[in-house]
Design a protein around this ligand. Structure first.
Ligand SMILES: NC(=O)c1ccc[n+]([C@@H]2O[C@H](COP(=O)([O-])OP(=O)(O)OC[C@H]3O[C@@H](n4cnc5c(N)ncnc54)[C@H](O)[C@@H]3O)[C@@H](O)[C@H]2O)c1
Ligand SMILES: O=C(O)C(=O)C[C@@H](O)[C@H](O)[C@H](O)COP(=O)(O)O
Ligand SMILES: [Zn+2]
Length: 361
């Protein structure tokens, strides 16, 4: 069978990432090849993904008694305490044990929630990520799993690396343009923080999300995942450089929470946060980053990069103080010294008020 596209070393084990068009229909074979047996499989997905892919995935399993599918309502609101508890209850009712495996088939919502269920069920069982969105090339790697709290994004969670990531790029062909944009924001982010050449390549090669060539898409996914994998391998639990993956997220997460989860996609909010962080980088480092050509490609792809006007500056600052990178109420931002070179810096509240005022309602 396939050689993994990448392997990621984690503190618990090394896991393969396989990116291969069509692989979803042989999911069971991959589980047999890469996992050392399983008593039962608990497949978590959402209603939209289920209607597109569940039947063909389930039918790859020879023994239907060993697998149970659990379907969440699609959307960011499912990353909640309520949905988490319901999923745990269903897992208990299906009698999962410590040798069982959870399979998260879907986007980042399913992956984050399913991974969190796996990380806490009987104090932790194995799980497999089967990403079906472009965004999930990011969320399926690195083991950050969790759910939201009304007061902040991903406030309840843990680090729990998957045992396998099986990514079928063909699934992306059914994504609507909004979801392509959401995921592409995280691809661009990987270029901005760590790989200028990749960023240039991206903005030259991707001028539309219609009819993306499968070979090009696969190459893009692997290059983008490589950036993430290298960082999480070096700093799994975010004591240093992993914070760079949060470029655009300090303001992005505050906007998502303030608007109400799901109003903007995660990537749309991160894209706004990246533009803000780029401008802040120029001010902080007193330099020109010449990022405009990249933002103009993003605008052509349909991104709205300005902060929504109905938001309140004080509330955004309040939320940014709750961000996981903040200490003693001091807000830390991932900024760029150069394109491709990120760093984490403390930003004074006055500067943020000054930058946000006039740009927000
Ligand atoms: N854990 C991490 O490291 C990490 C990284 C980035 C983002 N995230 C999280 O990921 C979440 C966002 O993930 P997302 O953008 O994948 O959202 P999502 O899971 O909500 O998926 C977006 C929408 O696309 C639908 N969908 C999924 N696959 C599809 C397909 N193949 N065809 C058609 N529709 C499909 C879903 O049903 C949903 O409506 C956020 O909660 C974010 O915080 C986590
Ligand atoms: O993997 C990481 O680390 C990231 O920061 C990736 C982000 O794209 C992702 O949105 C992550 O969930 C944010 O983590 P958080 O710790 O800020 O909640
Ligand atoms: Zn993100």
């Amino acid at each position: 069978m396939d050689v993994p596209s990448l392997q990621v070393k984690s503190s618990k084990h090394t896991y393969p990432i396989i990116v291969r068009p069509g692989c979803r229909t042989s999911l069971y074979d991959y589980l047999v090849q890469y996992l050392d047996g399983a008593s039962r499989y608990f497949l978590i997905t959402d209603d939209q993904v289920a209607s597109l892919y569940l039947e063909e995935i389930e039918s790859s399993f020879p023994n239907s008694e060993k697998i149970k599918s659990y379907i969440l309502p699609s959307g960011e609101q499912s990353k909640s305490m309520n949905q988490y508890e319901k999923a745990i209850t269903a897992a208990l009712e299906f009698k999962l044990d410590r040798k069982s495996v959870i399979i998260a088939v879907g986007g980042g919502v399913v992956g984050d929630l399913g991974g969190f269920v796996a990380s806490t069920y009987m104090r932790g069982i194995r799980y497999v990520q089967v990403p079906t969105t472009l965004l999930a090339h990011d969320s399926s790697v690195g083991g950050k799993v969790g759910i939201n709290h009304p007061l902040g994004k991903n406030m309840i969670g843990s680090f729990h690396p998957p045992s396998l990531v099986l990514y079928d790029p063909e699934c992306l062909l059914s994504l609507p343009p909004k979801e392509w944009r959401s995921g592409f924001a995280e691809v661009i982010k990987h270029g901005f923080i760590a790989d200028r050449e990749f960023l240039k390549w991206l903005t030259e090669e991707i001028s539309s999300f219609d009819q993306v060539d499968m070979a090009l898409l696969t190459e893009m996914l692997i290059r983008s995942i490589k950036v993430k994998a290298k960082i999480v391998q070096e700093d799994e639990q975010e004591s240093g450089i992993r914070a760079f993956l949060n470029f655009g997220h300090t303001l992005g997460h505050a906007i998502e929470g303030e608007m109400g989860y799901g109003k903007l996609t995660h990537g749309e909010a991160v894209a706004i946060g990246m533009k803000f962080a780029l401008r802040l980088s120029e001010r902080y480092f007193q330099t020109k980053l010449d990022y405009e050509p990249y933002l103009s490609v993003m605008e052509k792809l349909g991104y709205e990069l300005d902060i929504p006007h109905n938001l309140n500056v004080e509330q955004l600052i309040h939320r940014m103080k709750l961000d996981k990178k903040s200490y003693n109420q001091v807000i830390n931002f991932v900024l760029l010294e150069q394109i491709g070179k990120a760093t984490l810096v403390e930003i004074k509240e006055e500067i943020l008020i000054d930058e946000l005022t006039g740009k927000v309602g």
